[in-house]
Design a protein around this ligand. Structure first.
Ligand SMILES: Nc1ncnc2c1ncn2[C@@H]1O[C@H](COP(=O)(O)OP(=O)(O)OP(=O)(O)O)[C@@H](O)[C@H]1O
Length: 254
């Protein structure tokens, strides 16, 4: 039975790329308005698992899942679920900032325009609010009509976060959102994640264990397609239960 503040759940989830069994019997419950970090060595299935929450893997030939993924208690792999509606609810930010070759303003309001919203005042208000939420407003408010590609990498990533927030999701998936950024931009993204969890449920894949320690409330450690351990971040990093977790966080493999 789901509890009221359980936002995302996986129940006996298996995922396959053709014959390759990429995720093995995953069970996890993630709380609303908290940050959950996925850690683990390269190829252990973190991104695959992250992408099951907005069905991003549907595009990959030969990919299939069994088991369930629940968002607010509802199985998102049911036939009647509209994937475009799902993606309004579950936004995503990728490893490399990927703004469109358009103005800053057009980037932020892109999703709203696709939804058919045309009124200038509505778009302007949404743009300002999303850019403020993404801690970018002060830096760009005087150049909204300038190309997004002229921004720094860190600003571009915050712009992509603003673009994701503009369509009012309740969940934000972040796949190594700071790994292509310098330390100052990384710190800004981490601060932002910390602030955003007041309003959003955030799931972040990271290779950086210090980062997981700084930004997340809960951490899930994956190894070869299995969820080995899932706990409060503090507990996970101070007294892991499993030897494999201990070996990974102390740098013995990965
Ligand atoms: N499109 C695909 N087709 C076939 N196999 C894939 C595909 N994407 C991922 N895999 C395989 O699934 C496994 C899990 O990959 P995934 O990208 O989820 O791992 P990860 O933990 O996110 O790795 P990394 O930290 O390197 O990004 C790997 O063995 C990978 O080779």
């Amino acid at each position: 039975m789901s509890k009221k503040n359980d936002k995302l759940e996986a129940l006996d989830l298996n995922a396959y790329y053709g014959d390759f069994h990429a995720l093995k019997g995953i069970n996890i419950v993630m709380e609303e308005k908290a940050v959950t970090a996925f850690i683990g060595p390269s190829g252990c299935g973190k991104s695959t698992f992250l992408r099951t929450f907005n069905r991003m893997n549907d595009y990959i030939d030969g990919f299939r899942v069994d088991g369930q993924i629940l968002l607010d208690g509802r199985d998102i792999y049911q036939k009647d679920v509209r994937v475009d509606e799902l993606r309004k609810e579950v936004g995503m930010v990728f490893q490399k900032p990927n703004p469109f070759p358009k103005s800053i303003f057009e980037n932020v309001v892109y999703g709203l325009k696709i939804q058919g919203i045309k009124k200038k005042s509505v778009l302007e208000e949404a743009a300002e609010q999303s850019l403020r939420h993404a801690a970018l407003w002060e830096e760009v408010k005087d150049k909204l009509d300038k190309s997004a590609l002229a921004l720094s990498g860190g600003q571009q990533q915050r712009l992509c976060i603003a673009r994701a927030l503009a369509i009012s999701p309740s969940v934000l998936l972040m796949d190594e959102p700071a790994s292509a950024l310098d330390p100052i931009s990384t710190a800004k993204i981490e601060e932002l994640i910390y602030d955003l969890k007041n309003d959003y449920t955030i799931v972040i894949v990271t290779h950086n264990m210090q980062q997981a320690g700084r930004v997340s409330d809960h951490t899930a450690f994956f190894y070869m397609g299995e969820l080995v351990e899932y706990n409060k971040t503090k507990t996970m990093f101070t007294s892991p239960k499993e030897e494999r977790t201990q070996n990974y966080i102390t740098g013995r493999f990965g």
